[in-house]
Design a protein around this ligand. Structure first.
Ligand SMILES: CC(C)(COP(=O)(O)OP(=O)(O)OC[C@H]1O[C@@H](n2cnc3c(N)ncnc32)[C@H](O)[C@@H]1OP(=O)(O)O)[C@@H](O)C(=O)NCCC(=O)NCCS
Length: 190
């Protein structure tokens, strides 16, 4: 399929949001849904892979702060995965980061095996880790109480999303049904 890699334009927003939500659907980010595209202030940037008629089939957003560039979002529409779009978006993003003189590119992601394989295949090195813990009444009615011991009158916790250090992983997994290891991938750019 023919596509071009180009900068994101405001007219892409609806197609960008659809691409993101559909590509996240089979991952642990399935409920990380956006209704408007976040800004990528310069020197950060956003790129898309656009098919005929301008449909967005892949996206990459890069935030740049001082000496570090971070992938905020990378996603390829599920109908177009495994065809080199992710690799092509990353290659263009990496070239732009290098041209800015920024020496490192990183990304934080969870424990989806396919995504981890992709980052490794692209040359990233895994480093730091911490936990993303979800506590939901609908999974186990006692989870939110376990997560927030001090209750506030009139407020009944139904779900909570918490960060924790990796040392607590076993305890967290014993107590909560949904725990992700969030990990950092880095890549030297210069
Ligand atoms: C991860 C993702 C962006 C990769 O994009 P893609 O276009 O499917 O990947 P590519 O086709 O460019 O794959 C490039 C290489 O990665 C390797 N790879 C290994 N396992 C892979 C996998 N499960 N999926 C994709 N690539 C994989 C392949 O070897 C491939 O090499 P090749 O080009 O020599 O065949 C895409 O699959 C996706 O959107 N996933 C869901 C969203 C997500 O998890 N985003 C990251 C959240 S932080």
């Amino acid at each position: 399929m023919h596509y071009v890699i180009r900068e994101y334009r405001p007219a892409d927003e609806t197609s960008w949001l659809r691409c993101r939500v559909l590509s996240f659907l089979n991952t642990s980010y399935f409920d990380d849904v956006l209704k408007t595209k976040p800004e990528t202030p310069a020197p950060g940037f956003g790129l898309v892979a656009a098919a005929e008629h301008g449909t967005v089939t892949g996206i990459i957003d890069i935030a740049v702060e001082d000496e570090l560039a971070t992938i905020d979002t990378v996603a390829v529409h599920p109908d177009h995965q495994h065809q080199g779009l992710g690799r092509a978006l990353l290659a263009e993003a990496r070239a732009r980061v290098s041209a800015l003189g920024v020496p490192m590119l990183d990304a934080w992601t969870r424990d989806d095996p396919d995504t981890l394989r992709w980052y490794r295949a692209m040359g990233f090195t895994e480093s730091q880790h911490y936990l993303h813990v979800y506590a939901s009444y609908y999974t186990d009615a006692s989870e939110p109480d376990r997560a927030i011991s001090e209750r506030r009158a009139g407020l009944r916790p139904m779900a909570a999303f918490l960060h924790a250090s990796l040392e607590g992983e076993q305890l967290m997994r014993e107590q909560f049904a949904r725990v992700h290891v969030c990990r950092r991938f880095t890549m030297d750019v210069l």
